[in-house]
Design a protein around this ligand. Structure first.
Ligand code: NAD
Length: 461
């Protein structure tokens, strides 16, 4: 039995960052992982998708370069080499995690970690180990959800895990689910010339986000040739001679009561199922060692503590906001709680980002949400059309909307759809955390010419 202060199960951005935080605080730490280091984010999520999206962005840019006086000849995209580059990026970052673990003296164990008793974890992999610690942190993440749909197990009906390994060209891609994964893959494949269709059950794309953002995105995707069906429920998927056919019922007027429904069919070479993710807990608990759970997710308190003494859980396995940066923050906070450190990362404001072209990013409340919460709120929208950097780079237009308390001018939230929105949202997150007003935000100099100076326009009014 090897003795530790903390055993972390799962080496995604929640688990490995928590392990590093623990090591920095002097805790003897073990990190258990059954697959590749980096979890979903690095191996099957954030990093590989953004690597491919970056390549697709370069392709679009090169194809449009003559408008800037640069002639590059015929531009072609090679999916196999795009994959290779993506794999190199993943490999490099994975090696970085391994090197950091070594430097911080975090012991890595390769295998399935199972909680077998109070503070006990059994590792079964190429070798087996029994570990013991005062604290155990569960950070086992999530996997793509499957829908119980006739035909959903046909070859060619895939999740984001398999699509990220695709090295060939796809002629027609149909995506079930117009959430974050759905719209990012739609943008990627539409840029590469694939005929893309999205079938979304709710009345709008990105149902969890502001209506105005969803509407703007719908216009952009439609302009790029993506076929969109909202208020659409898939009935079944059929296959004949390697062609898949998706059969779905669509409300003629999505979101309106009593509207007619029509049954449509759409052919595709691949069908991506992107309807959310489910927590991973298979093999995680020996009999009698399972903490309180609800619909597959581990229940935790505000410090990440489960119902088992000394056992914490963070990230996707706890449900809620399934984002890498949220898992990292929750992991660090859980370790600080174990270590008796008072300081916490502020998790009240969690930025959410969608890597479309242009990018989408939001934090805090929308105007509708603020009003629904009974706050006397107002908002201001600044289009990017007058922003110098936007014009000179030929970026898609877009906008920044800020939501604030009428009386005090206190910032309540921001929604952005513009170039570099995913970087700029950090400024609004910081301002929300600090409780800044519009006037506070307008009091600093932002450099010119930048996309970020549009923030000054938005908050100055
Ligand atoms: P999601 O919850 O964002 O979207 C799923 C979509 O599928 C929803 O719009 C839902 O209405 C729709 N849907 C569900 N059942 C359906 C059905 N039967 N037919 C048609 N539509 C249906 O989930 P996702 O896009 O799969 O992403 C999973 C998780 O990964 C999310 O928590 C997301 O935040 C995270 N993620 C984040 C990023 C990012 O931050 N950029 C990128 C990818 C994924």
């Amino acid at each position: 039995m090897k003795e530790y202060d903390l055993i972390v199960i799962g080496a995604g951005p929640g688990g490995y960052e928590a392990a590093f935080e623990a090591a920095d605080r002097g805790l003897k730490t073990a990190l258990v992982e059954k697959n590749a280091l980096g979890g979903t984010c690095l191996n099957r999520g954030c990093i590989p998708t953004k690597a491919l999206l970056h390549a697709a962005g370069l392709y679009t840019m090169a194809a449009g370069a003559s408008a800037f006086g640069i002639d590059v000849g015929e531009v072609t995209a090679d999916p196999a080499r795009m994959q290779q580059r993506k794999n190199d990026v993943v490999q490099q970052l994975r090696a970085g995690i391994e090197a950091t673990a070594k430097r911080k003296k975090v012991d890595l164990y390769r295998g399935l970690g199972t909680v077998t008793g109070e503070g006990n974890v059994a590792v079964s992999g190429e070798t087996t180990e029994d570990l013991h610690a005062a604290h155990v942190l569960l950070a086992t993440g999530s996997r793509p959800a499957r829908i119980p749909l006739p035909g959903s197990d046909l070859p060619g009906v895939i999740t984001s895990d398999e699509l990220l390994e695709e090295t060939g060209r796809i002629g027609r891609l149909l995506i079930i689910g117009g959430g974050v994964i759905g719209v990012e893959f739609a943008g990627l494949y539409a840029a590469l010339g694939t005929e893309v269709t999205i079938v979304e059950a709710m009345p709008q794309l990105l149902p969890a986000m502001d209506r105005e953002l969803a509407q703007s995105l719908k216009m952009l995707l439609t302009k790029r040739g993506v076929s969109l069906y909202t208020g659409a429920r898939v009935r079944e998927i059929k296959e004949s001679e390697n062609v898949l056919t998706c059969v779905f019922d669509r409300e003629k007027r999505p979101g309106k009561e009593g509207g007619d429904v029509e049954t449509l069919t759409k052919e595709a070479d691949k069908i991506l199922i992107a309807v959310g993710r489910r927590p991973c807990t298979e093999g995680l608990f020996a009999e009698g060692c399972q903490p309180a759970m609800e619909r597959g997710r581990i229940l935790v308190d505000e410090n990440g503590q489960t119902s088992l003494p000394g056992v914490y859980a963070i990230g996707d396995v706890t449900g809620g906001i399934m984002l890498a940066h949220m898992a990292t923050a929750a992991g660090i906070n859980a370790v600080r709680h174990m270590a008796g450190v008072a300081e916490r990362i502020d998790t009240r404001f969690v930025p959410s980002c969608v890597y479309t072209e242009p990018e989408i990013a939001c934090v805090g409340l929308t105007l509708d949400e603020a009003k629904a919460a009974g706050i006397a709120a107002d908002s201001r929208k600044v289009p990017m059309t007058a922003n110098g950097k936007t014009v000179l780079t030929g970026a898609e237009r877009g906008y920044i909307r800020v939501v604030f308390e009428k009386e005090s001018g206190k910032l309540l939230g921001a929604q952005m759809m513009c170039e570099r929105a995913t970087d700029m949202i950090g400024e609004f997150t910081q301002a929300l955390s600090a409780g800044l007003t519009m006037a506070d935000m307008a009091r600093v100099i932002r450099p010119h010419p930048t996309f970020s100076e549009a923030i000054t326009d938005a908050v100055r009014g």
